[in-house]
Design a protein around this ligand. Structure first.
Ligand code: UTP
Length: 463
């Protein structure tokens, strides 16, 4: 057998995983070395501990697991309710941005299985008139914000082994969307293996394990191991704006949110939208023992999901849109302390059976393990929960069709453009409209940047 595989045998046996070498004798040099590289990249002591926790966790939540009795709705900051405080927050945010103390952090390492697009999701076109991609929307927002505040704000992008090269290529081909390449830092998250219900690693071929990205919560470890954290320190960064690739309405580096988070001296903050339908598949924020936490929709018992206030609104309505502010100090703490909890999901994973024949299952046959960024929330001493308008800030591309699909997202971008046009007194077109981030980042800027010729449905500026 290949020497490197031979050297791994003892560790694999100690962790009950030596079956992955079952076909090792049949592998050629290249295949052996592929399997060896995958196995060497795993820390088996850590992996065994993760597997143990993942298999122990509950499948279905009951009110007892989530501690329903101890949960309260979070205290929220409602935009526009206290205008004086909003003005102060905007100023505080603008000061931090002008001083170059805030970076943007995009997590884009997911597999996008529901969308089923061949390539990184960020390459998906959503611009109603331009086919502007998700990456282009985000990068242009970072560029426009950098120009507005006169500081080259750094842009960290987390990829995974499944899309790292393609993501880098997308940026290179687009000449970094006008950004200075020195502003952009790519980092790769870790991978975790799919396992059987009794904790055994699955082979996807005779020479490879079935591996997938370790969840957006893998970002803390990835920030540490990639050197991104050191990069932040060397730039004197104090705050990070976290967002996800699938939502082109995300107001990246929004000064109001940056400012509220900083003024409250919060360590990790979240933007939420009002959840109005108890059945909507969105996680909600809650307070447990004074700490903010997130309850996934699948963990929220019906009795809590349906509970209403005296005014008829859902009691737990702070719907998470996965936009956070984090201090760099807090990031460092989470990245260096114990891991976030691991979650398990039952999935259909094509794999090899004992004889080496490929099986494509009809039913879930495997457990995938993932970490979630919002599990860091209860570890924060202070946290701001800011309510924003869904139509202005949240329309993700998750599914190929139906809700949260390219069609709904493109429509949301167009509707927003039309609202801004109407507010500026322009005639609103019957068809679609689009406003590029380099033309305007918000409604106020849109009005200020209009010139006499702006009568069409398309507002953009070259980088
Ligand atoms: P989702 O939970 O929607 O997962 O990710 P996904 O992989 O994009 O899509 P599905 O579930 O396979 O259809 C939300 C955000 O978190 C990122 C995604 O890239 C997206 O921006 N993410 C997810 C990671 O960066 N890494 C992961 O391991 C998982």
């Amino acid at each position: 057998m290949h020497e490197r595989l031979d050297a791994l045998r003892e560790t694999l046996e100690a962790h009950g995983q030596a079956h992955v070498l079952r076909f090792a004798e049949e592998l050629d040099e290249e295949q052996s070395s592929q399997l060896a590289s995958q196995l060497e990249s795993l820390d088996f002591a850590r992996l065994s501990a993760l597997i143990k926790t993942a298999l122990k966790g509950p499948d279905d939540a009951t009110s007892e697991d989530v501690g329903a009795d101890s949960l309260q709705p979070p205290r929220v900051l409602d935009w526009g309710i206290d205008e004086d405080r909003d003005t102060l927050a905007r100023q505080a945010g603008a000061e931090l941005l002008s001083a170059g103390k805030v970076g943007a952090f995009l997590v884009a390492g997911g597999q996008g299985t529901r969308l089923g697009y061949d390539g990184p999701k960020g390459r998906f076109p959503v611009g109603p008139l331009t086919n502007r991609t998700l990456f282009a929307f985000h990068a242009q927002r970072v560029l426009a914000t950098s120009r507005r505040y006169g500081a080259k704000l750094p842009f960290y992008i987390m990829t995974s082994r499944v899309n790292h090269e393609d993501t880098r290529n997308a940026f290179e081909e687009a000449h970094w969307f006008g950004l200075d390449p020195a502003q952009v830092f790519f980092l790769q998250q870790g991978m975790l293996p799919a396992i059987t219900s009794d904790g055994k690693l699955l082979l996807s071929t005779r020479s490879s394990l079935s591996l997938s990205p370790d969840g957006h919560g893998g970002c803390f470890r990835a920030l540490r191991e990639s050197g991104a954290l050191e990069d932040m320190e060397s730039r004197g960064l104090e705050q990070l704006f976290y967002f996800q690739v699938d939502n082109p309405l995300a107001q990246v580096l929004d000064p109001l949110f940056v400012g509220h988070h900083a003024m409250e001296r919060a360590e990790m903050s979240t933007k939420v939208v009002d959840k109005t339908d108890p059945a909507e598949k969105v996680g909600v924020l809650a307070l447990r023992e004074g700490k903010t936490c997130l309850l996934e929709y699948s963990d929220l018992p019906d009795q809590l999901a349906e509970a209403r206030d005296a005014d008829g609104r859902l009691r737990f309505r702070a719907g998470n849109i996965a936009i956070h502010m984090l201090t760099v100090d807090f990031l460092r703490q989470i990245a260096t302390r114990d891991e976030l909890p691991v979650h398990r999901a039952s999935k259909k994973v094509p794999c090899l059976d004992e004889k080496g024949d490929r099986v494509v299952p009809d039913e879930p046959n495997a457990v995938k393990m993932e970490m979630f960024v919002f599990d860091a929330l209860p570890l924060a001493q202070r946290s701001v929960t800011q309510v924003v308008l869904r139509e202005d800030e949240f329309s993700p591309v998750k599914n190929a069709e139906g809700s949260d699909s390219p069609a709904t997202c493109t429509a949301a971008l167009s509707e927003q453009a039309k609202r801004w046009m109407a507010s500026a007194g322009l005639a609103v077109p019957d068809g679609v409209a689009e406003i590029g981030p380099l033309f305007a980042l918000d409604q106020e800027e849109f009005r200020a940047n209009l010139t006499r010729g702006d009568f069409g449905p398309m507002f953009d500026r070259p980088a």
